[in-house]
Ligand binder design. Structure first.
Ligand code: AMP
Ligand code: MG
Length: 327
């Protein structure tokens, strides 16, 4: 019997020190609770909310009439700019991470029941069959046409859509002259500017074992996005199966990391990489980080050891315990 367990997303945002009141809005979109808090007016907040609903109508693979669902069904579409951008970007991240992140994972994610929430462990033959369709090279992009080479190929943008959306919302707010705010899309946080008093925003990183937090990262103008098996999983016969799949095996990733937080100016990159690094594990992640200059990481491994890359180490605060710095 499969026991269903819901998804708990945890974000602690410390707003202490603000005298002025921000405008706030909480909505349910992309299967999660989203909140916008920014020093602006309700009209601008409404524009941001409209943008979120617009992007949801493009990227939700599990809704019959979304653009992504049309692509998965018809294998060819003329895409709008957002869809083109995000799919091209997803292919790029897949290449950069040697397929640890792969948007063509959708048939497997469905088979495990992570879309329907009717969870099950697929039999091995089924996993091996579906693994054959996981290949980002089967996505072709020409001008504004996107096509999928194989009739069984289907895309899942769940690992990048919220980060991309947070970036689009922040870009919109910036265009409207907003310089301070916090966007939290189901735990995917973007800290716009600084607090009105000029201090950095403080974003809590959840302890993967409980509802407490492992530490706090202080940021300005950055996305802080965490992936972890604890965010969505089910248990069967005492074994836990979570929602981030290893594209090499078709089973939940087991790389030695419990939680991966990516800190970056680029929300879509932070989201894509948080999923990829969770699959890749510590050694490959550090190698990728050393060869890049556009993200930082907070990693928590299976022994609860915490590692923080050197560029953000001074901004990472822990009340109890220690962490190692990745140099
Ligand atoms: P995130 O919470 O951003 O790490 O995204 C997790 C979601 O991405 C899952 O619920 C799946 O829909 C999808 N997913 C799972 N494994 C992968 C993978 N290896 N590459 C890309 N997307 C994945
Ligand atoms: Mg992600």
């Amino acid at each position: 019997m499969v026991k269903k367990i819901g998804c708990i997303v945890f974000v602690l945002i410390l707003l202490a020190g603000c005298n002025k009141k921000p405008e706030e809005r909480t909505i349910f979109a992309m299967d999660t609770v989203m909140s916008i808090s920014a020093y602006t007016n309700q009209q601008v907040i409404q524009m941001a909310v409209d943008k979120i609903y617009e992007l949801e109508s493009y990227f939700n693979a599990n809704s019959e009439d979304s653009i992504l669902a049309c692509l998965n069904r018809d294998k060819k579409i003329n895409a709008n700019n957002d869809v083109l951008q995000l799919i091209a970007f997803s292919k790029e991240i897949a290449q950069k991470t040697q397929g640890a992140f792969d948007p063509t994972i959708y048939p497997l994610v469905k088979e495990w029941g992570f879309i329907s929430k009717d969870y099950k462990i697929p039999d091995e033959d089924k996993i091996n069959t579906l693994l054959k369709y996981v290949d980002y090279n089967s996505i072709a992009i020409e001008n504004n046409e996107i096509s999928l080479a194989n009739e069984n190929t289907e895309l899942d943008l769940g690992a990048v859509a919220k980060g991309y959306t947070s970036q689009q919302v922040v870009d919109l707010l910036r265009e409207q002259g907003v310089t301070s705010g916090i966007i939290s899309l189901g735990g995917n946080v973007y800290a716009l500017g600084t607090k009105p008093d000029g201090e950095k925003w403080k974003v809590g990183i959840q302890n993967p074992d409980n509802d407490d937090y492992a530490g706090v990262i202080q940021v300005a103008d950055k996305a802080v996005i965490t992936s972890g098996g604890y965010q969505r999983f089910f248990r069967e016969n005492g074994v836990t199966y979570h929602h981030i799949l290893d594209t090499a095996t078709g089973y939940p990733a087991n790389s030695g990391l419990k939680s991966v937080t990516i800190v970056s100016h680029d929300g879509a990159l932070a989201d894509g990489l948080s999923t990829a690094v969770y699959v890749m594990g510590y050694d490959k992640a550090v190698k990728l980080w050393k060869n890049s200059d556009n993200f930082d990481m907070i990693l928590i491994d299976d022994e609860n050891k915490i590692y923080v890359t050197k560029n953000i180490a001074d901004d990472f605060i822990m009340e109890n315990g220690t962490f190692s710095i990745i140099e």
